[in-house]
Design a protein around this ligand. Structure first.
Ligand SMILES: [Zn+2]
Ligand SMILES: [Zn+2]
Ligand SMILES: [Zn+2]
Length: 140
């Protein structure tokens, strides 16, 4: 919920400014990956305006707090749908209907850390996305 996101913003020492609230509201409502231009377009339809730089900055902050994420495949932004999950937030993307499912798995992260360690690499973050078919599309 937007209210929860605003609470997290404030708890991390960020003010709940109008642009931040607007972007959070739109990400929450639209429920699909949006580019900064898409966000601007939705705002315009509602008679509101934010410039691109502002939208990018807001998205940067939201992503740094895990309140939103940038999709690897489309580059679009979505709001985070997980509460306090352990492990990096990742997505499964249905290539048929576009459905997105966010997940996090601590053990998957640990497995990847071990894998990297074999190369003498210290991993801190993991980014990955699964492309395929959601359960509904797969059944058809
Ligand atoms: Zn998330
Ligand atoms: Zn991870
Ligand atoms: Zn699907």
């Amino acid at each position: 919920m937007v209210q929860d996101s605003i609470r997290i913003l404030q708890a991390q020492g960020h003010k709940a400014t109008r642009p931040r609230k607007l972007v959070l509201e739109i990400l929450e409502e639209m429920d699909r990956p949006l580019s900064p231009y898409d966000i601007q377009g939705v705002l315009r339809q509602r008679g509101k305006y934010l410039n691109h730089v502002t939208i990018y900055r807001v998205l940067d902050i939201l992503c740094s707090l895990n309140l939103a994420h940038k999709m690897l495949s489309s580059g679009g932004f979505v709001r985070c749908s997980l509460d306090m999950a352990e492990g990096c937030h990742r997505f499964m993307v249905c290539q048929h209907c576009g459905a997105i499912r966010e997940f996090a798995d601590k053990e998957l992260c640990q497995g990847e850390n071990e894998f990297a360690r074999n190369f003498g690499f210290h991993a801190e973050h993991h980014h990955s996305e699964l492309a395929g078919l959601c359960s509904r599309c797969y059944r058809k």
